[in-house]
Design a binder for this molecule. Sequence first.
Ligand code: UDP
Length: 240
Amino acid sequence: MSLPSYKRILLKLSGEVLMGEQQFGIDTDYVARLAQEVKDARDTGLQICLVIGGGNIFRGMAGAAKGMDRAQADYMGMLATVMNALAMQNALERLGVPTRVQSAVQMDQVCEPVIRRRAERHLEKGRIVIFAAGVGAPYFTTDSGAALRAAEMKCDALLKGTSVDGVYDADPKRDPAAKRYETVDYDTVLADNLKVMDASAVALCRDNNIPIVVFSIREQGNLARVLSGKGTQTIVKKDA
Ligand code: UDP
């Protein structure tokens, strides 16, 4: 299915894709490969905002499950997303792509704070802006951060690059009969609790009419294929 030609996208990468084949942390070779794909997309003239999760390092829910205070654990999760953002910034700049990291938790020595107008200017100048620390508050995820920045930066679409190639009506790992949707509307995703992004992120995209394109970033070259309409993906949108 062909996608409309986007001028500006928000690309959300789950933290776990930065692990490559590892069980934890950051695989720098794999991050370099991801950075090359992002560069290739940007070299077509596309403006790119990036949001990277932190699940490869720390998730607040996992800390809370082991008895930590949830908010405290979530702060640690937010810091993990900053580490990932810096890793990706490094990989992109090694390829000669100018980038800026803007964090929702202020860290002046390390990166800029989130300032929409400044981010706008970076994009106009061809820089990639990596938004770190989600929405900057506990009890949220980077999916919500991605939806928020996509709305704030008026992105044409939110592309969610993850380990599966779309949205299924059941868990494809457990149910061999699970079917992948080509398109599905926001309300079905919410009512059927389909695994796309958390509900607050989906609702924010719905309310701002931002299509969500779910695809596998693990397949090499897939970002370009998806952007050119030749990839495998699910599009969550209005009136699907
Ligand atoms: N987090 C948070 N507020 C936010 C974004 C993230 O508290 O606005 C914390 C939360 O603990 C989360 C962790 O950061 O578990 C890592 O983000 P996420 O789970 O979204 O990463 P992903 O699953 O995409 O790798």
